[in-house]
Design a protein around this ligand. Structure first.
Ligand code: GRG
Length: 267
């Protein structure tokens, strides 16, 4: 049995942790705008979900956001302890890069995926966003800082998911730019709705605690813009994202439907 098959067989014995799997879904949707067979891109989609899940396990730790619930279950550290949670997150992060090497795409593309994922998750991406988020707790922050935090913590990984699907399918540069524009916009919508759900949502539907942002003095869209303006911003960005992607014609139908789903989601 080759290494890839062994690795996949091992994964099959590990219980699933839930979650919406939005990011790998985006990778696959973008890829399927050009190609039917998803097999070549599936390891790349899985790698992005692994990095995302890694960041959630860290985020829930007592010294970061201190959250007891995630995806409708007790969070990783709450069940297994901080040490095991750190190791679980470490392995998700490290093995995400291993999994990319199994993708049936050109070697040059694998190198590009590894580099871009490391950049997005690293000190100039996810970690930078999280760092400023921590520094901003309990402080009054301006719109620019709010955008910086959420662009880096949320929107860029969402955008990257789409980008990897399009790159994997060798989308033309002009179309890649359109997908990028759509991705940046829905990435921000995703975070605005996340912030609104923390105020107005149901913890049963979300599978995590609510009301924590305000309690922890977090930098959120409703805190800076108010609830009504945040909702309007999300609706406007969604329309703009749909307009941008509709220039790709019928192939973009699922992405347009998804944009509306993200605007109206309850979980
Ligand atoms: C070292 C790369 C690295 C990260 C650590 C903790 C941290 C730095 C970053 C936190 C990133 C974070 C928690 C961003 C929030 C993004 C967000 C809204 C997550 C929720 O995504 P969903 O709703 O989750 O898609 P599911 O559970 O459905 O997958």
């Amino acid at each position: 049995m080759n290494t890839r098959k062994k690795s996949i067989r091992h994964c099959a014995t590990v219980p699933f942790a839930g979650g919406k799997r939005l990011r790998p879904y985006l990778t696959m949707l973008a890829y399927q705008m050009y190609k039917e067979n998803l097999d070549p891109i599936t390891p790349v989609a899985a790698a992005i979900e692994m990095v995302h899940t890694f960041s959630l396990i860290h985020d829930d730790l007592p010294d970061i956001d201190d959250d007891e619930y995630r995806r409708g279950k007790k969070s990783c550290h709450a069940v297994f302890g901080d040490g095991v949670a750190l190791l679980a997150a470490d392995s998700l992060l490290i093995n995400a890069f291993e999994i990319i090497t199994y993708a049936e795409v050109d070697d040059s593309l694998k190198v590009q995926f590894v580099r871009e994922l490391a950049t997005e998750a690293g000190i100039k991406g996810l970690i930078a966003g999280q760092m400023v988020d921590i520094e901003s707790e309990g402080k009054k922050i301006d719109k620019k800082t709010l955008n910086y935090i959420h662009n880096n913590k949320t929107a860029r990984l969402i955008n990257l998911s789409l980008r990897f699907g399009a790159l994997g399918a060798k989308a033309p540069a002009k179309e890649l730019a359109i997908i990028d524009d759509y991705g940046t916009k829905i990435g921000l919508v995703f975070q605005i709705i996340d912030d609104l759900l923390d105020i107005e949502g149901s913890s049963a539907k979300l599978g995590k605690s609510i009301g924590k942002d305000e309690a922890q003095g977090k930098a959120t869209f409703p805190a800076v813009y108010g609830i009504e303006e945040s909702r309007n911003m999300a609706a406007e960005l969604t329309e703009k994202a749909k307009t941008a992607i509709s220039t790709l014609g019928d192939r973009s139908l699922k992405l347009r439907i998804l944009a509306d789903y993200l605007l109206h989601r309850k979980s």
